[in-house]
Design a protein around this ligand. Structure first.
Ligand code: GH3
Ligand code: MG
Ligand code: MG
Ligand code: MG
Length: 336
């Protein structure tokens, strides 16, 4: 018997990773024995026989066949119903089913395909044809599984890449030491806030914050302890910024910056003073400070309405000048 085209089927590559597993469901022990003999000695092919059709689905779930040979006429069970049962269960849905029946009428064959069968052989088939069809369907199934797995792996790696990219994107905005937004993000944010404020006719405020006597702190306690202070200051700043409306960022070194949008100057000044008090209240010992026995900050506040001759840069410079005045006036204070 010639089996047309099997050699050239593109979806049937050689693949020996998985054994083929044939499950025969047939009430007649003689058929079971006959098929067992037909398949005897086939390399890379296991055979399991189930004579009890009421157990067929459970057995299929358990042994995970790569193809099912399904009898049609069995006592109390219609083989076509079994085919539908395989198709209904997620774990057996994809398993190819070859109907194996003594019935030869085209209408029965047609019904079998309609029920979800993949192939139809009249009992008992020629050995070579049976083996060829088993191999063909098993291999197609194994290939499909492999494609599903490859696809799932691809999806997973794409997902990982996506997440890694998001994380990288996040990291470009974050200061590594303090976890606050970094200078790059501050610049972007301020420019965007400036545009929004220009559209709405709102003011934008910047608070420039500098740790007092920080060089002395490093000299006295060491650079690592200094880093801890920067983290603590960053945490306090963050805690005092309204979550979405304000931005706290590390401007660079021991300097921080806060952006307030659409806030009256009173609130800006008030926040500056609150920040000074909150750092003082951290009570981080600073024995070398000439300001107080604890770490303190100075804050320069500036507010501007976006207009001709004004710019984010000028606003930052104004905050910086106010900071200079806060330093000159004795530190540990906020100046507008
Ligand atoms: P002032 O009260 O006038 O601000 O005095 P200051 O000592 O704080 O000012 P100065 O600008 O002279 O010193 C800033 C110091 O901040 C110097 C530098 O070593 C330290 N510094 C800058 N970045 C970091 C950092 O990331 N970690 C630590 N530990 N120190 C830093
Ligand atoms: Mg039968
Ligand atoms: Mg400084
Ligand atoms: Mg300083």
């Amino acid at each position: 018997m010639k089996v047309a085209g099997l050699r050239t089927m593109p979806n049937v590559p050689r693949q020996d990773d998985y054994a083929m597993m044939v499950l025969l469901v047939d009430d007649q022990i003689m058929v079971g024995e006959a098929v067992r003999r037909l398949l005897a000695g086939q390399p890379n092919m296991d055979f399991h026989y189930c004579s009890d059709p009421t157990r067929a689905v459970a057995v299929a779930k358990e042994i995970r066949p790569t193809v099912i040979l399904q009898d049609l006429v069995m006592p109390g069970v219609n083989g076509l119903d079994l085919v539908r049962d395989y198709r209904d269960d997620a774990s057996t849905r994809g398993i190819p089913v070859i109907v194996l029946s003594t019935r030869e009428e085209p209408a029965t064959k047609s019904e079998a395909f309609a029920a979800g069968a993949n192939d139809y052989l009249v009992k008992l088939p020629d050995r070579l044809e049976l083996i060829a069809r088993i191999r063909y369907h098993s291999q197609a199934y194994l290939n499909q599984i492999q494609r599903d797995e490859a696809y799932a792996a691809l999806r997973e790696s794409q997902q990982n890449l996506l997440e890694a990219n998001l994380e990288l994107q996040r990291l470009t905005k974050v200061d590594g030491l303090t976890g606050l937004s970094n200078r790059r993000y501050f610049d972007e944010y301020l420019a965007a806030e400036w545009s929004t404020a220009a559209r709405k006719g709102n003011p934008v405020a910047v608070l420039m914050i500098d740790v007092d006597e920080f060089k002395r702190y490093n000299d006295s306690y060491g650079h690592l302890a200094g880093d801890e202070v920067l983290r603590a200051v960053a945490g306090a700043l963050q805690a005092h910024c309204r979550h979405s409306a304000d931005l706290a960022a590390r401007f660079g070194g021991e300097e921080f910056v806060v952006v307030l949008s659409d806030a009256p100057i009173e609130r800006v000044k008030q926040l500056g003073e609150t920040l000074c008090r909150s750092i003082e209240e951290l009570k981080i010992a600073h024995r070398a400070s000439r300001v107080s026995g604890h770490v303190t900050i100075s804050v320069g506040c500036a507010l501007a309405y976006p207009a001709e001759g004004n710019s984010p840069l000028l606003l930052v410079e104004a905050a910086d000048r106010a900071l200079y005045h806060a330093k000159a006036a004795g530190r540990n204070r906020a100046v507008v």
